[in-house]
Design a protein around this ligand. Structure first.
Ligand SMILES: [Zn+2]
Length: 296
């Protein structure tokens, strides 16, 4: 039963090449550019054994800081609980990660802060390494929590979308803009609309390799047993829903009940304690506050 569900979902994923790029990165681009990227993303699934499995690096290549104002006061006080500082007040540890690792794993990626084009995780592996079906790879550092969450869930979790490169995002975004232009929209309006519905290249959390779209990339996923289970329990395994229903204004994204970013258990627990899912404060605001502390 569980297996059949997985296979059905995978069939749908493979049958519709647009499946994996809806939602946070694009609601449904058509036309050119996708064939090439679809082939590229299928490579890891086609040859999972060929994917090297490097030792999980704890230290990320740290993306350069962007010019965005730090998080606001109340959040600074809340995130302070997860920080350790040395005698000079410098942050040495954030939510269970040493400062260098935190700068990569907890890096804020949002509408105003991008990852650099060259940012590519070094420990990408196929989801089946951790017992999940899926096409796009994920970082091995999230594997233990991902596997445990999948075992704990009564419902098979499928990686409908994982890591997406900068070039892949650029191609998808451009396809979406072009589709709107073809439908009669001016270029500027098409870009603005596309940006509200998806992410410009470098602005997707999927480039981190620690973010997963699970199972069904549809708002109706929120009402399914698997969607409800994930919303209620993902925090126990370090995963946080990035775009919650009441924080759409601040996040700039529509509600995405399928999109979860791994931030480690300590931060996920803190957000749970803050009644995060019902809050108007998006994950990104917390990450900005942590980033500001790391930059101090
Ligand atoms: Zn997503």
């Amino acid at each position: 039963m569980r297996r059949a569900g997985v296979l059905l979902l995978l069939s749908l994923t493979l049958a519709g090449s647009l499946w994996a790029v809806r939602g946070d990165d694009a609601p449904g681009p058509g036309g050119g550019g996708l064939a090439e990227t679809a082939v590229a993303t299928e490579t890891p699934a086609a040859s999972p054994t060929a994917t090297p499995s490097p030792a999980p690096p704890v230290v990320d290549p740290s993306p350069p800081p962007a010019a965005t104002p730090p998080g606001d006061g109340p959040l600074a006080a809340i995130v302070e609980r997860g920080l350790r500082r040395d005698s000079q007040g410098k942050v040495t540890e954030a939510f269970g990660f040493d400062a260098a690792s935190a700068r990569g794993i907890l890096y804020p990626v949002n509408k105003s802060r991008a990852l650099p084009p060259g940012y590519t995780p070094t420990d990408l592996v196929s989801p089946d390494t951790f017992g999940l079906e899926g096409i796009q790879p994920v970082r091995s550092i999230i594997g233990p929590d991902l596997a445990e969450m999948n075992r704990a869930s009564e419902y098979a979790l499928v990686v409908a979308s994982g890591y997406r490169s900068y070039d892949y995002q650029r191609s998808v975004f451009e396809s979406e803009v072009l589709a709107k232009v073809r439908a009669g929209m001016g270029r500027a309006e098409a870009e603005a609309r596309a940006n509200a519905e998806s992410a410009q290249a470098g602005h997707s959390e999927h480039q981190l390799g620690t973010t997963i779209d699970f199972n069904l990339i549809e708002e109706s996923f929120a009402g399914t047993p698997a969607g409800r289970w994930l919303a209620a329990n993902s925090w126990r395994y370090g995963f946080v829903m990035s775009y919650t229903p009441k924080a759409t204004e601040r996040s700039g994204y529509v509600f995405e009940p399928w999109h979860f970013r791994w931030v480690g258990r300590p931060l996920a627990r803190l957000l749970h304690e803050q009644d995060y899912l019902e809050s108007e404060i998006p994950l990104s605001d917390y990450l900005e506050a942590i980033w500001a502390a790391l930059e101090d």
